[in-house]
Design a protein around this ligand. Sequence first.
Ligand code: ITT
Length: 195
Amino acid sequence: MEKLVFATHNKNKLEEIRNILKDWDVVGLRDIGCETDIIEDADDLEGNAKIKANYVTVNYNLNCFADDTGLEVEALDGAPGVYSARYAGEGCSYHDNVVKLLDAMKGLTNRKARFRTVIALNINGEQHLFEGIVNGRILEEEHGIGGFGYDPIFQPDGYVETFAEMPMEIKNKISHRGKAVAKLAEFLNFLTNKS
Ligand code: ITT
C-alpha cells in the first residue's frame, strides 16, 4: 500500500479518514515524527489547508494532504468559519466552543449553518484542491455523545439526529469531510489506475 501523510494531529480526523481511504496507508504527523504544531494563520480554509500540506512536502518530501474545516453560521455572517477551532479562545476545549456558539445564537430563529471542508493534496509535484459541504442547522442544546467538535449541536438537513448521535459510517457518508474525501479518493483512484 502506498503511503500518504495526512497532515493532522487530530486523532478523530485521522480515524475517520482511514475508514474512507482503505486502499492507502494513511499516516498522521506523529507517525512521521513531526510534533510541530503547524501555524494556521491564513484567512481562509483554502490557505490553511495549503499551509499544512506544504509544510510536510517541504520538510519531509512525502506525498501529503491536509484539510481545514469551518462551521459557517448564516445568522453570524459565516462565523466561526476559519476560527472554528479557537472560537472560545486559544487552548479552548470543544465544549467551550459549543457553549460559546449556543450563547451567541441565543434567541436567533435563523439556525442555518454549514460545515465546509477544503483538502489540499500535494502529490507528484502538483497541488489539487477538493471541497465538501454539508448544510444543516444548529440546535438549541447538545444531543449525543459521539463525534467531536460541534457535532452535538449540528443537525444535518434531512436527519432528525445530530452528527453526535449517528454512527461514524453514516456521518462519513454525508459529512463535509466525507464528501471532500470522496472527491480525493476518486482522484487518487484515477492516479492509481493511470500508472
Ligand atoms: P488539525 O488542524 O490538526 O487538522 P483541527 O482540530 O484544527 O485539526 P480543523 O482545523 O479541521 O481541525 O477544524 C477546525 C475545528 O472545526 C475543529 O477544532 C472542530 O471544532 C471543528 N470541526 C472540524 N471538523 C468537524 C466535524 O466533523 N464535526 C464537528 N466539528 C468539527
